[in-house]
Design a protein around this ligand. Sequence first.
Ligand SMILES: Nc1ncnc2c1ncn2[C@@H]1O[C@H](COP(=O)(O)OP(=O)(O)OP(=O)(O)O)[C@@H](O)[C@H]1O
Ligand SMILES: [Mg+2]
Length: 268
Amino acid sequence: MQTTATRVAAVTVTLRGVDRTFGAADGAHHVLRGIDLDVDAGEVVALLGASGCGKSTLLRLVAGLDRPSAGQVMIDGARVDGIEARAAVVFQEPRLLPWRTLAENVAFGLPDGSPRGSRHSEVTHALDTVGLGSFAGYRPRAVSGGMAQRTALARALVRRPGVLLLDEPFAALDALTRLRMQDLVDDLQRTTGATVLLVTHDVDEALQLADRVVVLAPGADRAAGSGIAHLLDVPGARPRDRADPVLAALRVELLDRLGVPRQRPLPA
Ligand SMILES: Nc1ncnc2c1ncn2[C@@H]1O[C@H](COP(=O)(O)OP(=O)(O)OP(=O)(O)O)[C@@H](O)[C@H]1O
Ligand SMILES: [Mg+2]
């Protein structure tokens, strides 16, 4: 698909000594500990890690939906303090209002106070960029899961975010739709130039889309929370060849780091 998305002012994302601890009945629950990360403007960083290791928590901190217990989260060098206007989030489920049309749902992404006259054209443009221009008047139940998720992407893009925060955005889609969505996000990122933080469980997806892969994992003392266990620069310009043998080798390495060996030994 040829995307017509417009360029945005990409931002840097910086985490310095970030901890996130939740209070629990049996004491403090440390989720993230000592996270230091620098994401360049326009860079795509994938976050991998076992379920429950704190990936969504990290994304919520960057979006300003949550605050760190210690340390700092900064966007373009300014501390994130409350919901961050330069960020937009796409979740695993599209979270659309079923009684609203796709266009009305996308309009919810527009910042408060955006000029009335331009709202319609902004929404139309955002739907066009995800290939849904002719479905503006449809309601969510009348479109496929992939189209609903593209609508959620349009609702994020209409804000022209400097950083797009994607929390397993393709996880609920069938395998083929998922690959098409990956290509769409890849195209959109290259056209808009936005910074992207992508949480995924899919090692192939991370290698296909990211400039850098961050593996989050608990240290020896699991109760202390997760830190950055590994950073990997993904070689080669995007769009990438899904059959690239270099990526296949990195896939094995990343799976190994995630505790999935290349081959299981035969049972004795
Ligand atoms: N608001 C909260 N209050 C208490 N605990 C929380 C809260 N938010 C997250 N947690 C805990 O933090 C831990 C990490 O959660 P998080 O959702 O960030 O994991 P994740 O890596 O995104 O997992 P998944 O891959 O399953 O989505 C979990 O143990 C979770 O219960
Ligand atoms: Mg999560």
